[in-house]
Design a protein around this ligand. Structure first.
Ligand code: T3D
Length: 267
């Protein structure tokens, strides 16, 4: 894995850190490949029970596509006459989005600074966003004459509602942390100096939680977005049967009766 993305697993938590702070953690090709590999590895590894996606430095979480690299891609496409500039959506952004949203374990984004374009998309793809009070968000896409990618047209309306999503996409602007909290984009806002510790605390708590129940919750919430109440009730029945059969359910009920803290095993 390239050193522009750091990957570490400990105590059931995979921490993925975008590591190009001098470039505002912009996504050049090497970084996109490494991020795709890291998210797919975390999704597939049964030892990983939660994921923390964060970034190095105090200025940026991720400013999206590296436009300084991208201008070269555009020039090459013009020269070759191919017009092929957008394969990165298929090759990189979509696999990252599928891994983050589809993995059967919770994902926390620790947003340490500005999140723009695909960077905003990755933060929105997480199940929870812990955000530094100095951080901000912007859709950015229309500013560079692009449409939404990295799942933003799917995630943003679900978080802020379709009307607000259209406004933020057509008129990209900086959404500061306090407003992001009001809009539901940020789940928790903490002082910048506490961001790393607080994001890790939240993610670690999830990594030590009832993994089968969390996976079912994640699946249930996604399913309900595009199905009827009748279909959702049937899905809840199926998922509750799965969660109810988990070892952690028995552990939790026994711990409740014994008035002790449950020690979950993730099965
Ligand atoms: O095929 C495809 O690739 C399509 C896929 C697209 C996916 C996308 O992500 S599209 C969206 C791309 N991102 C943007 O359009 C964001 C552009 N950046 C900004 O709007 C602003 O820089 C920010 C709002 C993010 C931050 O503003 P601010 O005032 O804090 O910082 P700044 O002064 O604008 O930028 C600081 C440096 O970072 C500056 O470099 P310099 O002058 O110090 O050498 C700036 O050029 C650089 N930078 C910021 N964003 C990017 C970037 N460099 C490369 N790529 C960037 N996206």
């Amino acid at each position: 894995m390239a050193d522009t993305v750091l990957y570490e697993v400990s105590d059931g938590l995979a921490t993925i850190t975008l590591n190009r702070p001098d470039a505002m953690n912009a996504l050049d090709t090497v970084t996109k490949v490494a991020l795709r590999d890291a998210t797919e590895e975390a999704a597939a590894d049964p030892a990983v029970r939660a994921v923390l996606l964060t970034a190095a430095g105090d200025r940026a979480f991720c400013v999206g596509q590296d436009l300084k690299e991208h201008i070269g891609v555009l020039a090459a496409a013009r020269e070759s006459g191919s017009g092929q500039t957008m394969s990165t959506v298929r090759e990189h952004y979509n696999p990252v989005l599928r891994a983050l949203t589809g993995m059967a374990k919770p994902v926390v984004a620790g947003v340490n600074g500005v999140a723009a374009g695909a960077g905003f998309g990755f933060a929105l793809a997480a199940d929870f966003r812990v955000v530094a009070d100095t951080a901000s968000f912007t859709t950015a896409f229309a500013g560079v004459a692009l449409t939404a990618d990295s799942g933003v047209s799917w995630t943003l309306p679900r978080v802020v509602g379709p009307g607000r999503a259209a406004d933020l996409l057509f008129f990209p602007r900086s959404i500061k942390a306090a407003e992001a909290y009001e809009l539901g984009i940020a789940n928790r806002v903490v002082p910048a100096s506490d961001l790393a510790a607080e994001a890790r605390r939240v993610a670690l708590g999830l990594a030590q939680g009832p993994t089968v129940a969390y996976a079912a919750l994640k699946e249930s919430l996604a399913y309900a977005q595009s199905h009827s109440l009748a279909e959702t009730l049937a899905k809840e029945d199926e998922l509750q049967t799965r969660a109810g059969a988990s070892e952690d359910h028995t552990i939790a009920v026994a711990a409740f009766v014994d008035k002790v803290k449950p020690a979950f095993v993730g099965r």
